[in-house]
Design a protein around this ligand. Structure first.
Ligand SMILES: [Fe+2]
Ligand SMILES: [Zn+2]
Ligand SMILES: [Zn+2]
Length: 477
């Protein structure tokens, strides 16, 4: 239900709540106007099916691309290669794109093959012959669409339509692929030391809520974490703020579909080390529950000065993984191949288990996800030949993680909120003594894909050009 709310509504809700809390200072009307401004700036593209069916080649281009940043481009020449399985487009700016016949055919944007209204894949791929060849091409600068005829096409009179700027945007030559990978790779780009904690001030939300939310999400994606100062004390605001970023997830400690967050107090609860005062090693939360808590937020409700210890540390596991790859490539490889089991099984209360590798890499060899639950003993159940080499690699990874120069060390303060990417960062807490004081947090987890969706939509509204960032969910794109 929450996911269906528009971002501007959510921003407005956050504003209104904030406005309520600061009613002496802020005029409700002013906030409404501010929110309205960002809504007016957005230009939603409605895909009308009837209109689409009458689509000319030219309008097809703008329909497909919507408000994506467009590369101004013109074709200078198209050459079909001798065996007719590929063609080369020479663009006016000198760039050359090589496309395979099957790629062109199965990305056709004609109304018979593609429906932008419902996204249905309308091509019966199994009806095609194995080797598709190009019979002819034509293009027209005013329509900005490349037309391609194929031998043995289905149906036989079919003409493939491919908008220029879509072709250029999706060129998969080595140069273009490399650029796309590097644009999205916020993690490697920002996995460097020394690190500073990015900070935003909640008071900024009353003047420019869109910008505030953008900055907060931007830092959380790029750097991996972000702190908010002056976060309000009202309990419900933590939940409302989180919901403005994405759906809040239940956590495995019994808060399913109901009460929302985990109060982390020094309660001495025996089944959650986070509720005790002991030193917690580097770990990611809820990793045995797989998709749970991809982004986690800690709201520091109270942290008395008299409490000693209880400092927080974070380490970027993507950075740890890259150092491991540099220093010990064989160990790196082992941690991408040999899986471990993380589980949280507690009599009749919980039975969560996953078996995954500590490091996931994609098609390009890029690290796309890291898993480390140092608070739980990983269970190893693999082929005999992998056991010794696994523990060697585990030891090396763990040693790198403990290097102080990689740590971000801080002490939470009352009224601060820290969010972190729980697929990238591991965190730990030092032992503390309450000395009669209180150390009290609220914590919750968000689904990062929804937060990224809100981030991209908000960037568009604000006119900010950002590449969809990788998030540590195992997918590069
Ligand atoms: Fe934790
Ligand atoms: Zn078609
Ligand atoms: Zn290219």
């Amino acid at each position: 239900m929450l996911a269906n709310k528009t971002l501007s509504t959510l921003i407005r809700n956050v504003c209104i709540r904030r406005n309520f809390c600061l009613s002496q200072k802020i005029l409700r009307g002013n906030i409404g106007v501010k929110c309205g401004v960002s809504a007016q700036q957005s230009k939603p593209t409605h895909t009308n099916k009837e209109r689409f069916l009458q689509t000319s080649a030219k309008s097809l281009k703008s329909e497909r691309l919507g408000s994506m940043p467009q590369i101004k481009t013109e074709i200078s020449n198209v050459q079909v290669l001798l065996d007719k399985t590929e063609l080369v487009i020479e663009w006016m700016d000198g760039h050359e794109s090589l496309f395979q016949a099957s790629w062109l055919r199965f990305h056709c944007f004609c109304p018979s093959c593609y429906s932008s209204a419902d996204g249905l894949y309308k091509i019966d791929i199994e009806r095609f012959k194995k080797n598709l060849t190009i019979s002819s091409t034509s293009w027209n600068q005013s329509e900005q669409v490349l037309k391609v005829h194929f031998d043995n096409d289905v149906p036989s009179n079919h003409v493939a339509l491919l908008p220029y700027d879509w072709l250029r945007e999706n060129c998969y030559c080595d140069v273009c692929l490399k650029k796309k990978l590097s644009d999205r790779d916020v993690i490697t780009r920002n996995s460097q030391t020394p690190k500073k904690m990015p900070v935003v001030d909640y008071d900024e939300i009353k003047d420019n809520p869109g910008q505030f939310l953008f900055d907060f999400m931007h830092h959380t994606f790029e750097v991996g974490y972000c702190k908010i100062l002056n976060f309000p004390k009202e309990d419900e605001l933590f939940m409302e703020f989180a919901e403005s970023l994405g759906p809040v997830e239940s956590n495995p400690f019994g808060y399913y579909n109901g009460t929302f967050f985990d109060d982390v107090k020094n309660t001495g609860a025996v089944d959650n080390a986070g509720h005790t005062n002991v030193d917690l090693p580097f770990h990611q939360d809820y990793r045995y529950a797989d998709t749970c808590g991809q982004t986690i937020m800690f709201n520091c409700v109270r942290f008395d000065d008299c409490v000693t210890g209880g400092e927080s540390l974070m380490v970027d596991l993507f950075q740890v993984a890259e150092i491991l790859r540099d220093e010990s490539p064989e160990d790196f490889k082992v941690l991408t191949k040999v899986p471990v089991i993380y589980e949280n099984v507690n009599s009749n209360k919980r039975h969560f288990q996953i078996q995954k590798t500590h490091i996931e890499v994609d098609y390009n060899g890029k690290v796309t996800s890291c898993l480390w639950s140092g608070d739980l003993r990983p269970r190893l159940q693999v082929r005999q030949s992998d056991v010794t080499r696994y523990y060697k690699a585990h030891k090396k990874f763990s040693e790198i993680m403990k290097r102080e120069e990689l740590h971000i060390r801080f002490r939470h303060v009352t009224g601060s909120l820290v969010a972190m990417n729980n697929r990238r960062m591991a965190h730990k807490r030092t032992q503390f003594e309450s000395n009669g004081g209180v150390r009290h947090f609220q914590q919750l987890g968000l689904h990062t894909a929804f937060m990224r969706n809100n981030y991209m939509l908000l960037a568009k509204k604000l006119g900010r050009v950002v590449s969809p960032p990788m998030t540590g969910n195992g997918s590069f794109f």
